[in-house]
Design a protein around this ligand. Sequence first.
Ligand code: PXP
Length: 238
Amino acid sequence: MKLRLGINIDHVATLRNARGGDNPSPIRAALIAREAGADGITAHLREDRRHIKDHDIEQLKNEVPLPLNLEMAATGEMLNIALRIKPHAVCLVPEKRAELTTEGGLNVLAIEKDLTPYIKKLQDNGSRVSLFIDPDIAQINAAKNTGAKVVELHTGTYAHNPSEDNCGLIKKAAKHAADLGLEVHAGHGLNYKNVAAIAAIPEIVELNIGHFLIGEAVFVGLKEVIAQMRKIMDNSRK
Ligand code: PXP
């Protein structure tokens, strides 16, 4: 099965917000990502709006002809936004104000009962729901119990230390999730060097990649880095 590539454009907004104006535009980045062969756009609307703002989400939904994957914490405020915007997909992530990035997966085991009706509201409204979790069998089982159809496996630990053991955990988790009938995505910390082993895992159908690509784009352009990432992913999949 073809491996989809979702581009996380949060850090185009980080750069824009450094000066408070309109440049660089996350919407323009999303349109270029589409030209370069991206299959979707991911954007994380954080509680503190440190990068993506509410108007970015509206524009991404209305002006970019690619599926929008809205990353968000499972709060009441975000639920109302997602119900109004109706993104193609919602990815539920844990969120801490003080963190630099999403540090770990959602502890679905701890909040399974609250998540179940929350997810149903989003699904009944037409959004596919994924849960961003660590590659952990108990979390995958809990994710299945919530009624979510998709899990996104957090590759951060592997990305920091791309050992065979850490890759093995992702492989095992992907297989377990797929055996339960869940669609499997992965992301966090992926770059040209560490992506191949993840892209080769046959159960994984989507990767979401942001920080590395936006950083590299400063030097060689967004179109080129996305095309290069696509090439590595496709070669690894063969
Ligand atoms: N997937 C999810 C759920 C994330 O939270 C992030 C980071 O915002 C990514 C993918 C992309 O991670 P990175 O920016 O490290 O490529």
